[in-house]
Write a protein that binds this ligand. Structure first.
Ligand SMILES: Cc1ncc(COP(=O)(O)O)c(C=O)c1O
Length: 399
């Protein structure tokens, strides 16, 4: 038996990563220094957006987005049940109401037809926004969602935590990269260790909207501005004397809105920037792994569905749908292969059940949950390890 545990996802830290982190630790700035701007600029360039705002984690990124978009008590926002809870929770942080809508069984993504039915069933203005998720790394067709959103005057937050480097092809066959800000108002990413780019904890918001960008910058740091053009108090007040000097003193700043400390540290940003240099290489390896799984499992009767070979898929996860999922999960664990389940449908979490959601509400999501299992997928996963995983799965079913 293989003695080494094979996880479903894993970070890859190189000597180069370690060197840049040490350099950042030895610099004058542990936080709020130059590494943040560098990471933001390079990340915006990578996804093709105008602006990027680095934050403490993906959840903070989502929270800042709902704050910047002005979500308030009772605002209804649509999202998928097949996601990590944070995609929904950000609406609740602002007192909004989460409205789940079922997935498409072929893509595992929010089904746009179901969203349209939901929108048509209520007067315009009932809903405020949509949070589609590039689940497992498969890019949502945001062009189609934008069209629908415009009809109903909705904003879009793309949860692209699983999909840096992913893309979809629009109706003119142009490649639209996840987080490029063309169709979504805002997009968010996470740099948790199992993600494509690891900072330990970390997140990024991307956008092409300058007003939202400025709001996000302030909200990330307590709602404080140091931009003189935005001050509302007088120079006299700022100087602490009625006969004021001609300019605001160096210490002066204003807290103009209620924000948070959601900043990333400089040494995390240094790690993120270093990881970003290898993002394309990692993505290429993920695609090879996906292709190997696809070819090994294609047409096997016990595989009811799989992520498949999809152009633009960023393959954060490789999911298969199987019979006797519990048996397979335990068998793989006995063999030191730690597959995972993504996700327990969000609407069936006890927290969301208290709002009235229950079993049977989303048959496609629930049926997906009963059979889904995420197989090992990360750039340092070797060919031999993959062969072992594939053979173990086949031998579990074929005996
Ligand atoms: C789809 C999705 N959204 C949001 C998050 C939240 O990101 P973080 O863990 O960095 O807060 C995650 C992270 O697991 C995620 O997978």
């Amino acid at each position: 038996m293989n003695t080494k545990i094979i996880p479903y996802g894993k970070q890859n830290i190189t000597q180069e990563d370690i060197d840049v982190v040490i350099e950042a630790l030895q610099s004058d700035y542990l936080t709020q220094g130059p590494k943040i701007k560098e990471f933001e600029e390079q990340f915006a360039n990578y996804v093709g957006s105008k602006y990027a705002v680095a934050v403490a984690n993906g959840t903070a990124a989502l929270h800042l987005c709902t704050l910047a978009l002005g979500v308030k008590e009772g605002d209804k926002v649509i999202t998928t049940p097949i996601t990590f809870a944070a995609s929904a929770n950000c609406v609740r942080y602002c007192g909004g109401e989460v409205v789940f809508s079922d997935i498409d069984p072929a893509t595992y993504l929010l089904d746009i037809n179901k969203v349209e039915e939901l929108l048509q069933a209520s007067p315009k203005g009932t809903y405020k926004g949509i949070i589609p998720v590039d689940f497992a790394g498969r890019a949502v067709d945001l062009e189609a969602f934008r069209k629908l959103a415009d009809e109903y005057n909705l904003w879009i937050i793309e949860d692209a935590c699983h999909a840096p480097g992913g893309y979809f092809e629009d109706s003119k066959s142009n490649i639209q990269k996840c987080g490029n800000g063309i169709y979504a108002d805002l997009a968010i990413f996470s740099f948790h260790p199992v993600k494509h780019i690891a900072c330990g904890e970390g997140g990024m918001i991307t956008t092409n909207d300058q007003t939202l960008y400025n709001k996000l910058l302030a909200l990330r740091t307590h709602g404080i501005t140091k931009n003189e053009m935005e001050y509302s108090n007088s120079i006299g007040f700022a100087c602490g004397q009625e006969t004021a000097t001609q300019q605001y003193p160096g210490w002066y700043m204003e807290m103009q809105t209620l924000g948070f400390n959601y900043r990333l540290t400089d040494f995390q940003a240094a790690l993120g920037t270093s990881q970003l240099q290898r993002a394309d290489k990692g993505l290429k390896k993920r695609k090879t792994i996906a292709s190997n799984y696809y070819n090994a499992f294609n047409n096997l009767p016990f595989i009811k569905g799989q992520s498949g070979e999809v152009a633009g898929h960023a393959y954060h996860l490789y999911i298969i749908e199987v019979e006797n999922r519990l048996g397979l999960y335990n068998y793989l664990r006995e063999n030191n292969i730690f597959a995972q389940i993504h996700y327990i449908p969000c609407h069936l979490m006890p927290y969301y059940k208290q709002f009235g959601w229950d079993e049977g509400d989303f048959p496609i999501s629930e049926s997906f949950y009963k059979g889904c299992i995420s197989l090992p997928m990360y750039p340092t996963f070797t060919d031999d390890e993959q062969l072992l995983v594939i053979n173990k799965i086949i031998s579990f079913y074929n005996g």
